[in-house]
Ligand binder design. Structure first.
Ligand code: PLP
Length: 481
């Protein structure tokens, strides 16, 4: 959105029923917008002529309001260049006060300012290592070559070039055999799960989820009216026999077989076969959430569960959040051939699709070989950053910490066995010091006993940085007198 647009009619609904004169209403709304930090010093405001036409009032009415705002120092007329909010005004961040209305609570411009993720944040790729220049080149090439057809509604199932690129990538790199028509592009993991739920499930259907697991899985499914059955995870992944005992007739199981979220174990072959066997007997579906299966640091990435799916029970779900960056908000579902039409119909019903240009750029990035190069680089980088953090933590905490490095992924688990505080208390202390560690226990149900801190290592820039963070963490975890 341009700065000028912010100041236009959207901010200024005119009420013709009150006795307040129109010019006064316009004046007051600009003043409030400035005081609340919606408009900043230097922002350009619409010309009196165009605002008058947008609001359906006389140009003189808007000019009267602008003159008053200029007279009081809020606006600064710049001759031919138009009018701006006075650059000399102190930057008026909204005054912190108790929010009065739901609307105010829902959107606070000061909080909405972009901020980098806090140190040790989980699940964010290395933002410093993303090839931004190359990306900018691909974006601008697509923008320059936009034709009218690109500006029409796109296919809600996904941009054909991206569906094709994903199918080719999955076949080669993840061993998932699929055609582009089986790939449905979504706005990310939650959107994929919601699409699956709309298409395949009914209210009150029971589903297995991992315990511990990824909280949004339960949130999305519960909000769609499904009944979630937590199934414990051990060193081999989801304990299928426990799932069968708890709810043999469940309609679906959602699993993270490559790298269990958050424990990091890989599902054993025996468990994979057991799960597939249950699904084919129960006519249930399996959702394979392969959110970061590309990142393994010892040996090649493990093949996907979908590889073993002889009875077409697995829906494979991927996301570009970890392998590119989360701001893209793009993911996908690969569905069995038998579900293609049902998913196509559901995508048409529920969505306008994802932004065309972004999808096209991601497709170019994959097709031109940048994606596999980027992943290869990130694997090496993350292995290094993971080692740097582990070494720094061991140095800072010595025998007070046990580090579970896991075979892959983007975080490690630090266990402080000899401390009496819960991991929730430790995480709270770390967060108060600005370090975004998460408690492991919060990812499980009441029956889940394991404790530790989940710590992201992907954005640690150097060994020195790792040491500084470990020292900071140690100080933060110390009980306060
Ligand atoms: C277990 C798991 N699944 C999926 C995702 C991807 O989610 P999204 O596409 O919403 O970024 C994440 C991201 O953190 C995750 O941890």
């Amino acid at each position: 959105m341009t700065q000028e647009k912010k100041s236009s009619a959207a901010l200024l609904k005119i009420d013709r029923a009150t006795s307040t004169p129109l010019h006064r209403q316009i004046y007051e709304r600009f003043r409030t917008a400035i005081e609340q930090g919606l408009l900043h010093p230097g922002d350009r405001v619409a010309s009196a002529r165009s605002l008058a036409s947008e609001l359906g009032v006389a140009r003189g009415t808007v000019e009267a309001a602008y003159n008053q705002l200029a007279g009081e120092g809020y606006f600064s007329p710049q001759g031919q260049a138009g009018t701006v909010v006075s650059p000399s005004l102190p930057s008026l961040r909204p005054v912190r006060r108790a929010p009065r209305q739901a609307e105010e609570r829902a959107f606070d411009p000061a909080l909405a300012e972009a901020a980098p993720p806090p140190p040790l944040q989980l699940g964010i790729p290395a933002l410093d290592a993303f090839p931004r220049k190359l990306w900018a080149r691909l974006v601008s090439r697509r923008a320059r070559t936009t034709i009218a057809a690109d500006m029409f509604y796109g296919d809600p199932s996904g941009h054909p070039s991206l569906r094709t690129a994903i199918a080719a990538y999955l076949r080669v790199s993840r061993g998932v055999a699929c055609n582009p028509s089986q790939v449905f592009v979504t706005g990310g993991y939650r959107a994929s799960l919601a699409l699956i739920s709309h298409t395949l499930l009914g209210r009150d259907d029971r589903l297995w989820v991992e315990d511990p697991g990824y909280p949004p899985t339960q949130e999305v499914l519960r909000s769609a009216g499904q009944r979630v059955v937590p199934v414990p995870v051990d060193a081999e992944g989801m304990v299928v026999a426990r799932g069968v005992r708890k709810a043999a007739n469940a309609r679906m199981a959602v699993v993270t077989p490559s790298h269990q979220a958050p424990l990091g174990v890989s599902m054993s072959l025996a468990r994979r076969l057991q799960l597939l066997d249950w699904a084919s007997r129960a006519k249930a579906w399996i959702v394979e959430d392969d959110y970061d299966g590309e990142y393994r640091y010892a040996g090649p990435p493990l093949p996907a569960l979908k590889n073993l799916d002889r009875h077409d029970r697995v829906l494979y779900v991927g996301s570009f959040s970890k392998v590119l960056y989360p701001g893209l908000a793009l993911g996908y579902v690969v569905v069995p051939d038998s579900l293609r039409d049902a998913f196509g119909e559901a995508a048409r019903t529920w969505s306008n699709g994802c932004p065309q240009i972004t999808q096209a750029v991601v497709a170019d990035f994959i097709r031109e070989g940048h994606f596999s190069r980027h992943l290869k680089k990130m694997r090496l980088l993350y292995a290094r950053r993971r080692r740097m953090l582990a070494v720094a933590l061991l140095k800072a905490f010595a025998e007070d910490v046990r580090i579970d490095l896991q075979g892959g992924g983007m975080h490690l688990i630090a266990r402080f066995d000899r401390r009496r505080e819960s991991d929730e208390e430790l995480a709270r202390r770390a967060q108060l010091a600005g370090l975004n560690c998460q408690p492991l226990s919060a990812r499980g149900t009441a029956g889940f006993r394991d404790e530790g801190l989940l710590i992201g290592f992907t954005n640690i820039g150097s060994a020195l940085h790792a040491q500084q963070l470990a020292t900071q963490l140690k100080a933060a975890l110390r009980p306060k007198p």
